[in-house]
Design a protein around this ligand. Structure first.
Ligand code: C5P
Length: 232
């Protein structure tokens, strides 16, 4: 076991993927399982932190990893708007914010109050008008308290690894976070997998850390970089 090197810290973690309703029975979602974020919450608690985990649509089998940890409070959320409200309200009470959740960039503008029925549509396929969601991470960066460390995530589809880091660097600068954890995703890698590779980029120009292994191992390596960032 590791030293309790995060004792006394309050860490906010978002994990999973938001779901944006279309009608009472349908939604726009993404493939994030929440495993990496849950592993971060578990690792942070094991190193002494008090963790609030905003869990966006995470399977109970995945959440079971943190269920027996008194230091982790799980708060379920559904949509990006719910996650934004919850995260903004909790942000001031945290020294570290880790935004591992996959947040929908768009939501449906007018959510249908009744189920959309094929037999009502006279043969025409429905068209969904989307509107942009606010970027929660950018909002939290704007209200950042002194010394607070804010970590963003980026899942990118790329053809070459250097493209991954380049995109990550640009995203880190654009969002203003302290750290950005970038991982490659595709039809077959990243999401449901037990293993992961993260490139952890730092806004202070330190070289990237490459963390690879089980999601728990990757979580601990990311938290090592967070610890160094808090100390610097
Ligand atoms: O731009 P992109 O969606 O790749 O950025 C990913 C990062 O931004 C993640 O940390 C995610 O949690 C956060 N994000 C957010 N609000 C959004 C979209 C993404 O906080 N609307």
């Amino acid at each position: 076991a590791r030293e309790p090197d995060l004792a006394g810290l309050r860490i906010l973690v978002t994990a999973g993927g938001t779901r944006e309703p279309i009608d009472p029975v349908r939604y726009l979602g993404n493939r994030s399982s929440g495993r990496q974020g849950v592993a971060i919450a578990a690792a942070a608690a094991d190193r002494g932190a008090k963790v609030v985990l905003f869990a966006a649509n995470i399977d109970s089998a995945v959440l079971s990893e943190v269920q027996d940890r008194a230091a982790v409070r799980v708060v379920p959320v559904g949509t990006a708007a719910e996650l934004e409200r919850a995260a903004r309200a909790a942000a001031a009470g945290a020294e570290v914010i880790i935004m591992a959740a996959a947040v929908a960039d768009y939501r449906v503008e007018d959510v249908a109050e009744q189920k959309i029925r094929k037999e009502d549509s006279a043969g025409a396929a429905p068209v969904l008008q989307l509107v942009e969601n606010p970027d929660i991470l950018v909002g939290l960066v704007h209200q950042r308290r002194p010394g607070q460390v804010i970590v963003g995530f980026a899942a990118e589809t790329v053809e070459h690894e250097d493209e991954l880091v380049e995109r990550g660097r640009r995203k880190l600068a654009r969002k203003g976070a302290d750290l950005l954890a970038v991982n490659a995703v595709s039809w077959s890698e990243g999401f449901e997998a037990g293993e992961n590779t993260l490139h952890v980029l730092s806004s202070d120009g330190r070289p990237a850390t490459v963390a690879s292994g089980t999601k728990r191992v990757v979580a601990d390596e990311l938290l090592d970089v967070v610890r160094e960032t808090l100390d610097s």
